[in-house]
Design a protein around this ligand. Structure first.
Ligand code: GLU
Ligand code: MG
Length: 494
């Protein structure tokens, strides 16, 4: 099955050898062509897949979908599966919000992208594809998050750049247990091992090997693994890929972490803070740009690389950083998208809390990552630390691209790098260096988003109305509730 996804995605070139070879040009959703349909059917049959999930991410950051019987795949690949428009007005608590155009009347199609077909190692007999939500006539729908990312990629391509990204997720491995005091169920971590400790490796080993195999079978290239700081906290990283695939990969990753855990009687959560007194789960977002060749394919030139710069970052890299910092208070409404996110985003948690960038500074919102020895030109990238898995990955990455692109277009200057922990500076020092505290709640982040003309314009009228309604409702529903209920609601869903 590994071969299948690589073949479909990478046009026959294994991503392990050539990670840049699988660029998916941005474009509107459309029904699958004959060759793509045949390839999916053939591989579904070869792998005894009888049910195929068509998956999408909603405004609450939840992965949802419908599944088609394999017997109907040839037609469903062309028609998609019918779905109510209202689901993009649903919150992470399944509370339907009043949004014009997303009520009980109206239909979209969950239209799968055949190049994303995988069989699911943790769900024998099932397969999955990532999907766009399209209008019944097949035209793109303004409420579709995957379409938002495709358009952001296209905007960046119009400037001559291809975007590459990777999501770097942390998660907590545990068991779901009843609270002895009658409160909401709790996530009880599988271990109390130390950060990066060999005991942590040993205690999570069987699960880890299952997860590694399951990700690789779906064509995701695992780069590294380690038990992290929090009890039961794990990190398994995935190699960067062209932006659309990176976001698709993160959906598959989230599905796989939980699916593998469930089959072992465990519960895994990528929620930002599933256990209140333990380290938070970040999903740092790494981004780099390459040039575009005449055919629209990514070129070899790493746009962020400048060997003569102090930090080996190019002027374009600094401008991109300037764009991220300028929009950051609004951006976090999309990258740190849940009420629970703001329990993680606090000073001196290594999750970042201030609008600064720095060289290998893990308390800076944007980290210039030191390049790998011997491959400086190929490994330069920027890491956004205020980012977690409660976000819709298509909206998060699309918004990051828009913010960075704005920085490039306006040649924004991010100021000097801050190479100390900004929490250790005085208020006056922070003010002088432009180090502003990030929003400390989802509500404050949404206020900043509403005030950010660029991101509001990029989202468009339908999407921004729905996103704000859904997220405002979540902020209201969690207001006044305790940490136990908040953590329960998040670890059971993310
Ligand atoms: N757990 C930290 C976070 O919430 C990240 C720690 C690290 O640098 O890996 O972002
Ligand atoms: Mg980490």
């Amino acid at each position: 099955m590994t071969a299948l996804r690589i073949a479909l995605y990478d046009a026959g070139r294994p991503c392990y050898l050539c990670p840049m070879s699988d660029y998916v040009p941005a474009g509107p959703a459309g029904a699958a062509d004959d060759d793509a349909v045949s390839a999916v059917i053939e591989h579904a049959n070869a792998n005894q897949v009888s049910l195929v999930r068509f998956l999408y991410a909603d405004h609450g950051g939840i992965i949802r979908g419908k599944a088609a019987s394999s017997a109907l795949l040839p037609s469903r690949l062309r028609t998609g599966i019918g779905h109510t428009v209202a689901m993009m007005a649903m919150s992470m608590l399944d509370s339907l919000q009043p949004v014009d155009g997303m009520g009980p009347v109206g239909e979209v199609r969950i239209m799968p992208d055949p190049s994303t077909f995988v069989s699911l190692p943790y769900a024998p007999g099932a397969g999955a594809m990532l999907a766009d939500l399209v209008q019944p006539g097949g035209e793109p729908w303004d409420g579709c998050s995957r379409t938002f990312l495709k358009r952001a990629i296209a905007d960046m391509a119009a400037e001559g750049y291809a975007v590459h990204a990777s999501f770097e997720p942390e998660f907590t491995l545990g068991r779901r247990e009843a609270d002895p005091h009658g409160g909401p169920d709790r996530l009880v971590p599988v271990d109390d091992s130390l950060c990066y400790s060999s005991t942590g490796f040993a205690l999570a080993h069987d699960f880890t090997m299952d997860l590694l195999a399951a990700l690789q079978e779906q064509g995701l290239q695992v780069e590294s693994y380690y038990p992290e700081l929090g009890h039961g906290q794990q990190e398994m990283t995935i190699r960067h890929a062209p932006a659309l695939r990176a976001a698709d990969n993160h959906v598959l990753y989230r599905e796989t972490v939980r699916g593998v855990a469930f089959r072992r009687g465990l519960w895994a959560s990528l929620a930002p803070k599933p256990v209140p007194d333990q380290a938070g789960n970040g999903t740092h977002l790494h981004v780099s740009l390459t040039d575009l060749g005449p055919g629209g394919q990514p070129g070899e030139h790493q746009v962020f690389y400048e060997p003569d710069d102090e930090y080996q970052l190019s002027a374009t890299g600094y401008h991109f950083t300037g764009g991220l910092l300028a929009h950051l208070p609004a951006l976090v409404a999309l990258t740190c998208a849940s009420v629970n996110s703001y329990r993680r985003l606090a000073p001196q948690m290594w999750s970042s809390a201030f609008t600064v960038y720095g060289m290998d500074n893990r308390e800076a919102a944007v980290r210039i990552c030191s390049p790998m020895l011997g491959d400086a030109a190929g490994t330069v990238n920027l890491e956004l630390k205020p980012s977690d898995s409660s976000a819709n990955p298509y909206l998060a990455l699309g918004a990051v691209i828009h913010a960075g692109l704005d920085g490039i277009r306006r040649k924004l200057d991010p100021g000097d790098a801050v190479n100390v922990d900004p929490a250790t500076l005085t208020d006056a020092e922070r003010e002088a260096r432009g180090a502003h505290r990030l929003p400390d709640s989802l509500g404050a982040a949404l206020d900043a988003l509403e005030a950010d003309d660029l991101l509001m314009e990029a989202l468009g009228p339908l999407r921004r109305q729905a996103y704000l309604a859904v997220k405002r409702s979540e902020a209201a529903d969690f207001a006044g509730r305790d940490a136990a209920w908040e953590c329960f609601q998040h670890f059971t869903k993310i």
